[in-house]
Design a protein around this ligand. Structure first.
Ligand SMILES: [Zn+2]
Length: 82
């Protein structure tokens, strides 16, 4: 478990932690090269947030920091990146 999530688990009741996890699991970060990453698995948290911002993140495919697009997973992507 990522350090950020350990902290969340420590401060939140189990139910709230599960809700944050479920909310974040809806999202992915997409690199301009096409590499997609689960936000939760990369240590991120996104809960009750709107819009599709961009943020700087490390892409393991490019092996550098690139501007990732943050967006909701499609149904197919939810199966692909559970
Ligand atoms: Zn990339």
């Amino acid at each position: 478990m990522a350090a950020e999530h350990r902290f969340l688990k420590f401060i939140l009741p189990a139910k709230a932690f599960a809700a944050v996890r479920a909310g974040t699991k809806e999202w992915l970060a997409e690199c301009p090269c096409g590499h997609k990453r689960d936000i939760w698995d990369s240590g991120g948290v996104r809960y009750k947030a709107a819009g599709e911002p961009r943020c700087l993140g490390y892409c393991p495919a490019c092996r550098k920091n690139t501007m990732h697009k943050i967006r909701k997973k499609t149904e197919a992507e939810k199966r692909e990146i559970p």
